[in-house]
Design a protein around this ligand. Structure first.
Ligand code: CDT
Length: 309
């Protein structure tokens, strides 16, 4: 059985505040069909793909709730599930989830080619701030609108390999990849919405694309896995979002990269067997890791500096 998986990164351009779900789903369907035409077996859509990145606004609760999905699929999103199944293509989709008991998560699902939901992941690392900060040109209120995901990173057998999910800010934390790496992950889907302007330290703005590639590539190489990073980019709600979606191999090399700031499909043939070359050699975890030396990583949260002499 070939383990060369054809994977499409389906980058999105902006979704505006009033864009209706049906219109957004139609855009996703266009990319799904394009990707299927190119032979894709898995199509990766970004974080919060169905709506604008609403944490940039301080909204009242009634409006916030309009951005959340109460069911998946819903009447508006079912055409995506139906078409994917008809085409025999799987997909990854990020969205804001409102659970029946009232919890709110930044969520992503992976759906197999037969329509089965393989996994639902709820974002663990929520960036930004809890309360509006009027000094900022725009807000980043993920910590107001979402609860952190209550379940750890989990890898699953799917798409002839082992697949995991992380969401946007998760990609900046090495623990994300390592926890999936320890489960033998071979392909990680990561959707993102990354404002280029970082108000707490604008000096970082010019490095947004560099840092994006840095963390995705390091996570791929150090854990011997494919990583598919997919943006919702372009100027959305007046805020420039990073695009630069990319598919990265276990060598850390970018093998496919988006070149626009709009809806764009890029495809790569991801040989999942390539992961083994790295997992059995330089990153043979069982042989070389020293977990007995890593205790502070799980017992300590912030920095503890050495005491003064
Ligand atoms: N969506 C998301 O997690 N975005 C963050 C923005 C930077 S922190 C305010 C990211 O890590 O890309």
């Amino acid at each position: 059985m070939s383990r060369v998986l054809a994977v499409a990164a389906a980058q999105m351009g902006p979704v505006e505040r009033d864009d209706e779900r049906a219109v957004v789903v139609e855009r996703l369907l266009v990319m799904l069909r394009d990707a299927a035409g190119l032979g894709a077996e898995l199509v990766v859509f970004p974080e919060l793909a169905l709506t604008s990145f609403f944490p940039r606004w301080d909204l009242d609760d009634d409006e916030v709730l309009t951005f959340f999905e109460r069911e998946m699929p819903s009447p508006e999103t079912k055409p995506l599930f139906d078409e994917a199944r008809r085409l025999g293509v799987g997909f990854h989709l990020g969205y804001a989830e409102l659970t029946p008991d009232g919890h709110r998560y930044n969520t992503a699902i992976v759906v197999e080619r037969d329509g089965r939901v393989v996994t639902k992941y709820r974002k663990i690392h929520l960036p930004g701030h809890e309360h509006p900060e009027p000094w900022r040109p725009f807000q980043h209120l993920e910590r107001k609108y979402f609860e952190p995901g209550p379940e750890p990173f989990r890898a699953h057998r799917a798409f002839r390999g082992i697949v995991g999910v992380a969401i946007c800010n998760d990609r900046r934390w090495p623990e994300t990849y390592r926890l999936l790496g320890l489960q033998g992950v071979e392909l990680i889907c990561i959707g993102y919405n990354t404002p280029v302007h970082y108000a707490p330290d604008p000096g970082q703005d010019r490095l947004a694309a560099f840092h994006n590639n840095l963390v995705l590539a390091a996570g791929a190489y150090q854990n011997a896995t494919w990583v598919v990073g997919v943006a919702k980019g372009g100027v959305e709600g007046g805020v420039e979002g990073l695009s630069d979606s990319q598919i990265i191999g276990p060598s850390g090399e970018v093998v496919a990269r988006a070149t626009t700031g709009d809806d764009e499909v890029v495809l790569a043939a991801c040989d999942l067997d390539l992961c083994a070359s790295y997992k059995r050699t330089v990153f043979d975890f069982d042989r070389y890791r020293r977990p007995e030396m890593y205790a502070p990583i799980v017992s300590q949260r912030g920095v503890v500096e050495p005491s003064e002499p």
